[in-house]
Design a protein around this ligand. Sequence first.
Ligand SMILES: *Cc1c(COP(=O)(O)O)cnc(C)c1O
Length: 366
Amino acid sequence: MNAHTKIPDFQMDLHKNPVPEAERNRLMESLGFGKVFTDHMITIRWTAEEGWHDAKVTARKPLEIDPASAVLHYAQEIFEGMKAYRADDGRILLFRPEQNARRFNLSAERMAMPTMPEELFVKAVETLVSVDKAWVPSGDASLYLRPFMFANEAFLGVRPSNEYLFCIIASPVGAYFKGGSKAVTLWVETHFTRAANGGTGAAKCGGNYAASLVAQAEAYKHQCDQVVFLDAAEHRYIEELGGMNVFFVMTDGTIVTPPLKGTILPGITRSSVIDLARDRGMKVEERPYTFEEWQKDATSGRLQECFACGTAAVLAGIGTVKHEGGEFKIGHGETGDFTTALREQLVGIQKGASNDERGWSHVVSL
Ligand SMILES: *Cc1c(COP(=O)(O)O)cnc(C)c1O
């Protein structure tokens, strides 16, 4: 076994003054998304000579990085998003964490970064959840986990960095959208695109988000919650939202979702939804779907409901779609029954309440 595949042990340097219980409970009473953070974080370093090493649990604190650190200049950075759920029986559960580990490595390869053994990724996540277990909320809230990695070599030349820092932080979260299960309104972006063929659309990298923000600002300007991007080549095909995949549910039992061709992010929620929809006898088509078809299907009534999905929001019904030429509603403009049922099933599996036939739930040993 060489230095690059060895799984290091975590050095435990726990917080001297963690947030007191009463204050923590107060913070957990009104959770938004990503505003409150737990006491600890994980860091693991990588260098070309030593591979992964210096794995630590420490108090969550500002990072000290050199102003020449490569990430600040050339944006070599990737991340993951996953959640820990508290089951009613007290167990703490992760949802398909090995899928996040695998996708993290695919993102790393695309961004010319080192990969991490999947066991190390999952062990790091479990270690942080275990140390900060008091921060895993019960009920509908959960602990959002944000593993990320960035190029940390102080060097301004343009090439893949020789040093990286992997880090995980955690944040107890409530609903992603302020309106709760109310259907969201989307803005169809016909000018700016998110990802092109051969680009980084399938990698979960910060750069994709940087490129999406101006369109997201456009969406807010039009009183929309989120932006939906069209393909970069023809500006015709629906791709995805800034951070969520999208599904179209037809009245004839067919579900359409854009295919994974390298320009959209392969969502773990997306893949789980496809499996659960097929279990329910739906015909799922992963195929290109144009904005024109969408408008036509919504108008003719062939389209029954639409939803966006991702770890943060789970499933969010899409009620209204606005674009430069006007707007249209999906069904009655509310979250549909299929979306609600699938959301409940998925949340049930994630929280250990419904039947987990595929073994998606992963119990964290505390
Ligand atoms: C993370 C992400 C998703 C959703 O992926 P999940 O694994 O379902 O959370 C969708 N689109 C983009 C652009 C993303 O970054």
